[in-house]
Design a protein around this ligand. Structure first.
Ligand SMILES: C[S@@+](CC[C@H](N)C(=O)[O-])C[C@H]1O[C@@H](n2cnc3c(N)ncnc32)[C@H](O)[C@@H]1O
Length: 265
């Protein structure tokens, strides 16, 4: 099932590789939910689905609690008159200034489907700042929202940093982590990755927690780029390598196959 959101680093295209590596268990914990591709395409009894992005988790809550109302409200935004630059920037401005969470969730899905490449970026003041995307006919993902809503009856959605989410893991859980990608050209000498909020220190911290959980009998799988740095921090895990066709840079020369790995703790 395809997620209803476009999401950078979304795992829908490689879902079969991830599924093959996930052990069975009662509950799946995802500290980096993104579009929920793994949540939607696996079959655990229960889920704890978390992400640091408050707008994303607010949207998931709205779809979970009041699907019909949400669909009606959001669908109204998907009309041809709203697929033009001026309207887009008005809605973006509204999104950045309102406090009504239902309206904000509807605008979030509008922005996701009308903005450039479906990106989700905020400026230093926390304002969504992705430009207009110029799509011919942005479609409203009604069926995908209905499916998500049904599946979400078995889930708890939480806005949290990954460290907090991982504290909740207990025996019987399986943990799948899909952090923002480690940079392709960093070495362990770097201490921070300035453009991303998720630094190399965060990457190391995640690997350390994964090892601790695995030692307690809780399996943890982590997705990432295959680099010297990630091979180092996941040295204690079993590694599986594969290649993915991806946009890994705005530089056309880098739009090629990127090596990825799964670290299985
Ligand atoms: C690669 S994406 C996950 C993609 C997801 N697996 C999918 O298929 O769509 C990484 C996610 O990590 C979230 N994130 C970034 N920093 C975080 C943090 N410190 N704690 C929790 N989530 C974080 C981002 O909001 C983003 O949704």
């Amino acid at each position: 099932m395809k997620p209803f959101l476009k999401w950078a680093g979304g795992k829908y295209k490689i879902i079969e590789i991830i599924k093959a590596a996930l052990p069975t268990g009662k509950r799946l914990i995802e500290p980096f939910a993104g579009s929920g591709a793994v949540f939607l395409n696996t079959d655990y009894e229960n889920y704890l689905i978390a992400d640091a992005n408050a707008d994303l988790i607010n949207l998931f809550h709205c779809v979970q609690k009041d699907k019909q109302n949400f669909i009606e409200q959001a669908q109204q935004l998907f009309i041809p008159e709203n697929n033009q630059e001026m309207r887009f920037y008005e809605f973006r401005e509204e999104f950045n200034s309102i406090t009504d969470l239902k309206r904000k969730a509807a605008l979030f899905i509008y922005l996701n489907r009308h903005c450039f490449n479906g990106l989700c970026r905020y400026n230093s003041k926390g304002k969504f700042n992705v430009p207009f995307g110029r799509y011919k006919h942005p479609s409203f993902p009604e069926q995908a929202l209905i499916t998500f809503s049904e599946k979400s009856q078995h889930a708890i959605f939480k806005q949290a940093d990954f460290v907090e989410t991982l504290h909740a893991a207990k025996l019987g859980d399986v943990v799948y982590c899909d952090p923002p990608y480690a940079p392709l050209n960093a070495t362990s000498n770097f201490t921070s990755y300035t453009q991303a909020a998720f630094s190399l220190e965060h990457q190391k911290k995640l690997a350390e927690i994964a090892l601790k959980l695995a030692n307690k009998g809780i399996p943890v799988i982590i997705s990432n780029h295959d680099t010297e740095f990630t091979r180092q921090i996941y040295a204690q895990a079993k590694l599986e390598f594969f290649e993915v066709q991806r946009f890994i840079s705005s530089n056309a020369a880098n739009r090629n196959k990127a090596g990825e790995l799964l670290a299985i703790f």
